[in-house]
Write a new protein. Structure first.
Ligand SMILES: *[C@@H]1O[C@H](CO)[C@@H](O)[C@H](O)[C@H]1NC(C)=O
Ligand SMILES: *[C@@H]1O[C@H](CO)[C@@H](O)[C@H](O)[C@H]1NC(C)=O
Ligand SMILES: *[C@@H]1O[C@H](CO)[C@@H](O)[C@H](O)[C@H]1NC(C)=O
Ligand SMILES: *[C@@H]1O[C@H](CO)[C@@H](O)[C@H](O)[C@H]1NC(C)=O
Ligand SMILES: *[C@@H]1O[C@H](CO)[C@@H](O)[C@H](O)[C@H]1NC(C)=O
Ligand SMILES: *[C@@H]1O[C@H](CO)[C@@H](O)[C@H](O)[C@H]1NC(C)=O
Length: 561
């Protein structure tokens, strides 16, 4: 690794140059007390992670370290991304604006020149005196963050990217014949990898190194750590396979393409088809199916990648403890969107289904979501994912529908900064405002702690909550094509606007003009309506069964955010 040394120098230079390098006095941030002048923030964002975690009730996946974080956090059960693909989702939650305001539905534009010069979440913390740092995949790299992860606006120092990331798509996966391939399924012997490491291992090391530097500073910090796994390819240390014997892996509960699914809603998961091991299966386009034994292998490797991720998150949080920072650092854990592991016959994100839009979302707030911190206490001791530990009790609340676009105002609120105002319509000329809103009103009462998470009590919350979540997804046309997963802006002809309430999801696929960025509400290409109580997996589209009357109009207010 060539860069850490340079980074350390950069940070030292920075501290010296702006005069914030004085070591913190021993009295600063005493345990168990309200945090004077707010907290640090550790923002963990995972690529393509659906809530396949013990703390979200998954009975198979082993995620003891994330579950431990969950047990000290407020764990949102119904959090949704605004568009189920990396760059649009990340630019949306990092600017606190919906995709219709960032105008990024693909990977090909930088919002500051293409839509408006919007401030970002880390930029806001930076402008409020925080040292802001990006490690791994936080912004999507490339044009959508001006090839710099929006440095210098968002970050105090240039973003760190692990050097071994460049091998992700090269031939490093050993096949049955002993030769190397660029496969989808790629459990590896890490010592045999180029550079002897993996990207997320390097990112964890760098994040820990930065924590140990900034702990000496008087300034607060905002450290964003972006993990690459479980994004494909599933390149992870092979020992994690042992946690998931193939005979224990089931297929998705609904592995077939639903009968009444409109063709515009389906995405043909082209990216896995390009991997050598999948290509060899000669899977029919666009509907497949993937052979059943290979379906099990994909699911097995996704889960193994999650346990590998959990191990690294455990090391990172353990280091936060060891650096003496757990008592004054807010920890957020989330993902950019979910991933379909065979549900609806799909193997990707790129849709408006819950399986693609729903994400884990938890906030650890010192002294508020966990009992007061005692000196010398470890809040996040590392848990070996191979050790037998009891399954966590699934967290119960909050169940309100919340949106990632609300991360920006929520974190500002939690850190005691002024919450950015709600955006006017239109808001292209307003640098600082948000399309989201603070989630603090949904936090259990202060001092309630995680114990108050356990209640079932869903009924009264349901009827009392009017919170809804919006998502959207573009398509180039009404039938699956090679670019239906991720059409470029100029090719978008249809936009699927979706609303999720406690009771249902409705999606309207509307004619869309990419030159004017407008949807035509009288040009409905297709509709989807799923009722949560009777059809939680969203397999039975009721849109055409509900009639065309006022009930449908009342339910499908997909654009009224
Ligand atoms: C965009 O905003 C940043 C600060 O957020 C400012 O430094 C920059 O000059 C602005 N650019 C333009 C073109 O207005
Ligand atoms: C994007 O990066 C280029 C090259 O570093 C720079 O010249 C340009 O000013 C950046 N764009 C904005 C809007 O800051
Ligand atoms: C991993 O590779 C190293 C170096 O080739 C080898 O010494 C070691 O035995 C391998 N480990 C496993 C479990 O195969
Ligand atoms: C696999 O399933 C069997 C039978 O249900 C069970 O006894 C075993 O513990 C499972 N193994 C793992 C690693 O979950
Ligand atoms: C792939 O499948 C198609 C039909 O789906 C068939 O015509 C073709 O021969 C197959 N190719 C190989 C290499 O098996
Ligand atoms: C909207 O769609 C309707 C129905 O297809 C069509 O008649 C109308 O011209 C469209 N409006 C615009 C502005 O394209």
């Amino acid at each position: 690794m060539a860069r850490p040394g340079a980074l350390a120098l950069g940070l030292a230079w920075l501290f010296g140059a702006v005069g914030i390098g004085a070591p913190r006095s021993a009295a600063a941030g005493q345990p168990g007390r309200p945090i004077p002048g707010g907290s640090n923030v550790l923002f963990i964002v995972v690529d393509d992670l659906r809530p396949a975690l013990g703390s979200y009730g998954d009975m198979l996946v082993r995620s003891p370290n994330i579950d431990q974080l969950a047990s000290r956090s407020v764990v949102f059960q119904n959090a949704f991304a605004q568009q189920a693909v990396c760059a649009p989702s990340r630019v949306s939650f990092l600017t606190g604006r919906r995709p219709d305001t960032t105008r990024l539905y693909d990977f090909n534009s930088y919002w500051r020149v293409h839509a408006g010069n919007y401030s970002t979440l880390p930029q806001y913390f930076k402008e409020n005196g925080y040292i802001t740092m990006s490690v791994g995949k936080v912004f999507h790299p490339g044009i959508s963050s001006n090839h710099s992860d929006d440095y210098p606006y968002s970050w105090t120092i240039p973003a760190f990217h692990p050097s071994s990331e460049k091998y992700e798509n090269t031939k490093v996966c050993r096949g049955k014949d002993g030769t190397l391939h660029a496969n989808l399924i790629c459990p590896v012997n890490v010592t045999e990898m180029p550079q002897g490491t993996l990207p997320d291992i390097q990112s964890t090391e760098e994040a820990i190194r930065l924590l140990n530097i900034v702990k000496e500073s008087d300034s607060k910090f905002f450290l964003a750590v972006g993990y690459h796994k479980p994004h494909i390819p599933f390149r992870y240390p092979q020992e994690f396979l042992k946690l998931y014997p193939l005979e224990n892996i089931t297929l998705a509960p609904d592995p077939d393409v639903p009968k009444r699914l409109p063709s515009v809603a389906y995405n043909p998961w082209t990216d896995i088809r390009h991997r050598e091991d999948v290509e060899a299966l000669n899977i029919s386009f666009p509907y497949g199916p993937v052979p059943k034994d290979f379906q099990r292998k994909i699911r097995q490797s996704y889960f193994a990648s999650v346990s590998y991720l959990d191990m690294l998150v455990g090391k990172l949080l353990n280091a936060l403890d060891d650096a003496g920072l757990s008592h004054n650092t807010i920890v957020v854990f989330t993902a950019d969107h979910g991933w379909s592991l065979g549900e609806h016959g799909e193997w990707a994100k790129y849709s408006n289904f819950d399986i693609a839009t729903r994400v884990p979302l938890m906030f650890y707030v010192p002294g508020i979501t966990a009992p007061p911190f005692r000196p010398g206490q470890k809040l996040f001791p590392f848990i070996d994912p191979f050790a037998q530990v009891p399954r966590p009790a699934p967290a119960g609340k909050p169940k309100e529908m919340v949106e990632l676009v609300s991360l920006f105002p929520t974190l500002a609120d939690l850190a005691g900064l002024k919450v950015p105002p709600a955006c006017p319509q239109p808001s292209f000329h307003v640098p600082l405002c948000t399309d989201g809103r603070s989630m603090l009103p949904y936090f259990p009462p202060i001092g309630g702690g995680p114990e108050s998470n356990s209640g079932e009590g869903g009924e009264e919350e349901k009827s009392s909550s009017s919170a809804v979540a919006f998502s959207q997804y573009p398509r180039p046309g009404d039938v699956p094509e090679w670019d239906s997963d991720l059409p470029a802006l100029q090719d978008i002809r249809v936009m699927g606007y979706s609303i999720r309430t406690a009771d249902y999801r409705c999606t309207l696929w509307l004619g869309f003009n990419p030159s004017t960025f407008t949807a035509n509400l009288s040009d409905i290409h297709a509709g989807e309506l799923y009722f949560a109580a009777s059809d939680p997996d969203q397999d039975h589209n009721m849109y055409n069964r509900v009639g065309s009357g006022s009930l449908k109009q009342k339910l499908c207010k997909v654009l009224e955010h």
